[in-house]
Design a protein. Structure first.
Lengths: 529, 337
């Protein structure tokens, strides 16, 4: 007992030793360490979040939305039916000053060319630095889209495309298109430490990089010269906290202000806590069950519709997503422009499904393979459990589904090569543009190794997809996408299961924080009251 | 003594070779390689897959990769982390001080409580204290570290608000250079008022959690060793000479009873480092444990292989030192009898 008293007194003494804070600091409990601070060579959201405070891009996503707004380019013109984009760059933008480097010039076209060429051109002196894997640049098909990127003067960059694609404006707002300082790159190259470019970043963003300790902390300070929405705190700290329970405990204890990744199981308790705020929105993702449209009987529309009707998606969302999901009506998540809410939902009707199968000439019992995802994905919390529930639903209409899976890489590869009968897959949007979802059903991606998993090819849908890429006006594009959603719904190449709901939590005294549909975390304009 | 040392040293060579082989093979048995594990729904073109596998040498036969790895290792080249592109040695030595600091404090906690408690339990054999201690130590020994850590965080940090939840220092109030990587030392060097005490406050819970299993082992070992020693003739003689109970127990009995405890402490280093993997994850402690776990999930072969080799070197080194100390204080072992 005595020792407990002494321990308590000792602890009280320790508590009393704490100094008072002077600068205003915002602490974000992040979930892991970044690979480095150059988004072009990274693939994880953790790494993108860590670099985002430092960098800008030519175009930006308006905070909390997928709307593309001016960034380092204050305006742009689209010409040649969507084949030429001329970016007019912002003047007077300063790069950050860091410990070893003080910039001597402002941002200009050379920085844009350097940042794109590093990823694109093998003769760029930085192309091979830090491993030289530019996954996103390749994933977004930039090498096959770009024809040339040139400057006509210090503040004008002209991008010529091989084929019209206005959706590329959203690509320029993605993290991998962050604009770094060419002057800093030259400085480090001469110094013989080019890899430092990726470890101690210099950008133009709302916060400048101060320090990073692996698995512990990343520190930033507000950029007082920032041209955009200013930081409202003096310092930004990423407290790296990999364990979700510890993140929750830190948030409760006031050791951090924002927790980007709370566990769904903790949400109910968080919502009861007056000192915390919980925000949520459907994620920019889709989970679906693809029918292999090249194999009978799945090549028949009626069979696909019947199988879709047999699945009780409400039960899946309740039991597997634990309520953290919304039933999908179209490929497009409800938070994204162009989603057509008028599309009718596919009903759950086993009796009708049975009748439709019989009408389509399918004899039951029918044996099919049902491939389920072997790993948890942002849009699919438990592929096996969803598979088991589907299996049970299908058994009710006389379909014997055999559950099949492989190691994730192998699974994806085999699905892309159409070796399945039916299989679960999904998608997380990259850039908030509908094209980034609709291309999943385009005919070009229906080839082996393409991302059109159902291998469905509809001529009208495909023509509209190509036409939408040539129209700069969003409202006009939306009309085409509405028609594409009708075609997709009518032909049912896949059963759209759900969009997962993404939760974030903060202390109640955090104001101005906006959840991004893209799953990113940004802290300019955020204050602690 | 020199012959004994050389014999022990020679025995570590096959251990290292076996370790190199097991680590090398085990990580390759896990599905997915470093290139594929980065790929999401987009997939990767066969050309890029071949290119990057070639770049990493993954297209070579495994035996050749192993020989290359051994060759580089004997030249002191642990490679470069595939995910961060930083030298494995640099990453290791950045993170290792945090693990050492935590492990040392956990061991200090375990020894400071385990040895006296075990000794008292032996002296008061069969008493309520003895039975209570043995039950508690069994409990501590079998405690799942993850559960224990979270329980303490919820109770001590969240409910009572006595200690911080995780990390090594209050990130809002303190920011200073950390030249040694040992937070207790760096806080003193920083000259920032209150920083040292804050670092101590951050150390308490993780050290208790990590020290709980060794505490159970040390307490039980001390008790059984003490019971054996207390029945020895020389203890009876010491008592008959009229020495005070404190001298009999503290000087004559405990000193001799500690011999096997020293061995147990040496062996506990490996379990401490294993426990550190979980403790570091729960308490966001930036040590090598969490780094190794991340390396597995990222299939970061160089980081994982190098990390395991370096941690193993420490464990083997500590056990060698313990053997030598034991040999020095017990001639029967030194002479192989």
């Amino acid at each position: 007992m005595k020792s407990l008293v002494f321990a308590s007194l000792g602890l009280a003494a320790l508590l009393a030793g704490m100094p008072a804070a002077t600068a205003k600091t915002l602490v974000y409990c992040s979930e892991g360490s970044p690979e480095n601070f150059t988004p072009a060579i990274n693939t994880t959201g953790t790494s993108f979040d860590a670099a985002r405070p430092v960098y800008n891009r030519l175009t930006e996503f308006k905070r909390g939305t997928t709307e593309v707004v001016p960034g380092l380019a204050e305006s742009w013109d689209v010409a040649d039916g969507g084949k030429t984009i001329t970016f007019h760059l912002r003047k007077g933008v300063k790069f950050h000053t860091v410990k070893d480097f003080t910039p001597t010039r402002n941002f200009d076209a050379d920085d844009v060319l350097f940042s794109i060429n590093r990823q694109w051109k093998e003769d760029s002196p930085y192309n091979k630095v830090s491993g030289g894997k530019y996954d996103y640049f390749n994933d977004m098909d930039m090498p096959s889209l770009l024809d040339s990127v040139t400057k006509t003067d210090d503040y004008t960059v002209v991008v010529k495309l091989k084929e019209p694609n206005v959706a590329i404006l959203a690509n320029f707002a993605m993290d991998f298109m962050a604009i770094g300082s060419a002057e800093y790159a030259d400085f480090l190259l001469k110094k013989g430490t080019p890899e430092q470019f990726d470890q101690a970043p210099v950008g133009t963003g709302p916060f400048s990089f101060v320090a990073y300790q692996k698995d512990s902390v990343i520190r930033y300070k507000a950029n007082k010269d920032y041209f955009g929405e200013k930081a409202l705190v003096d310092d930004l700290v990423f407290a790296i906290t990999p364990d979700a329970t510890a993140r929750y405990a830190k948030l409760k204890a006031g050791e951090c202000h924002v927790n980007g990744y709370p566990r769904p199981a903790d949400i109910a308790e968080m919502e009861k806590d007056a000192s915390l705020k919980v925000i949520h929105a459907p994620g920019l993702n889709i989970a679906y069950w693809a029918f292999n449209n090249t194999k009978p009987p799945f090549d028949k529309k009626e069979v696909r519709q019947a199988l879709s009707m047999a699945i009780d998606r409400d039960a899946i969302i309740k039991d597997v997503y634990l309520g953290a999901g919304v039933k999908a009506k179209t490929l497009i998540p409800p938070t994204m422009w162009s989603q057509d809410d008028k599309i009718a939902d596919t009903p759950y009707d086993p009796e009708k499904a049975k009748a439709m199968l019989a009408a389509a000439g399918v004899k039951t019992p029918l044996d099919i393979d049902l491939w389920y995802q072997p790993v948890q994905r942002p849009y699919n919390p438990n592929g096996k459990r969803i598979g088991e529930m589907m299996q049970a639903d299908l058994a009710k209409i006389g379909v014997n589904a055999k559950l099949v899976t492989f190691e994730w890489g192998e699974y994806r590869k085999r699905l892309q090569n159409a070796e399945d009968d039916t299989g679960q897959m999904g998608w997380t949007g990259d850039n908030g543009d509908p094209d980034n979802f609709f291309f999943l059903l385009g005919c070009p991606d229906g080839k082996p190794a393409g991302n059109n998993i159902p291998k469905w090819c509809n001529a009208e849908f495909n023509d509209l997809l190509a036409k939408a890429r040539t129209i700069p006006d969003q409202a006009e594009r939306a009309k085409l996408y509405a028609r594409m959603q009708e075609i997709e719904h009518d032909d049912e190449p896949e059963l759209l299961i759900a969009h997962s709901i993404v939760f974030e939590a903060s202390r109640a005294n955090v104001v101005g924080y906006k959840q991004s549909p893209l799953g990113t975390h940004a802290f300019e304009g955020v204050d602690v009251k | 003594m020199l012959v004994y040392f050389l014999r022990r040293l020679a025995l570590t060579v096959p251990t290292f070779i076996a370790l190199m082989f097991v680590t090398f093979v085990a990580i390759r048995l896990v599905p997915g390689d470093p290139v594929e594990v980065r790929v999401g729904e987009h997939g990767i073109s066969p050309e890029r897959l071949v290119y990057f596998r070639h770049q990493l040498g993954l297209d070579l036969p495994v035996w050749q990769q192993f020989l290359d790895y051994c060759w580089r290792l004997v030249h002191g080249d642990f490679g470069v982390s595939l995910s961060t592109q930083t030298k494995v040695l640099t990453e290791f030595f950045t993170l290792f001080p945090a693990t050492i600091e935590l492990s040392l404090c956990a061991m200090l906690f375990a020894i400071a409580i385990g040895v006296p408690a075990g000794a008292v339990a032996a002296v008061k054999r069969g008493s309520v204290f003895d039975q209570g201690l043995m039950t508690i130590s069994l409990f501590g020994y079998s405690m799942p570290i993850f559960w224990w850590g979270l329980l303490l965080i919820m109770f001590v940090s969240v409910q009572l608000e006595w200690l911080p939840v995780s990390g090594r220092i209050d990130l809002i109030n303190y920011y200073f250079d950390q030249p040694t990587g040992f937070m207790l030392i760096d806080t003193l060097l920083s000259g920032e008022s209150g920083a040292f005490l804050d670092a101590v406050r951050h150390l308490i819970l993780p050290a208790i959690v990590l020290g709980t299993v060794p505490l159970g082992v040390i307490a039980r070992m001390t008790r059984s060793s003490m019971l054996e020693v207390l029945s020895e003739d020389y203890v009876r003689t010491a008592r008959a000479k009229g020495l005070s109970p404190f001298r009999v127990i503290g000087v004559h009995a405990l000193r001799n009873a500690l011999l096997p405890v020293v061995t147990v402490i040496g062996l506990s280093v490996s379990s401490l480092l294993a426990g550190a993997v979980l403790t570091e994850t729960i308490f966001s402690w930036p040590g090598v444990g969490h780094w190794l776990i991340e390396s597995i999930s990222r299939r970061d072969y160089p980081a994982l292989q190098g990390g395991v080799m370096l941690v193993s070197t420490v464990v083997i080194g500590v056990n060698l030192v313990v053997d030598l100390i034991y040999g020095a204080i017990n001639p029967r072992i030194r002479h192989g009898r």
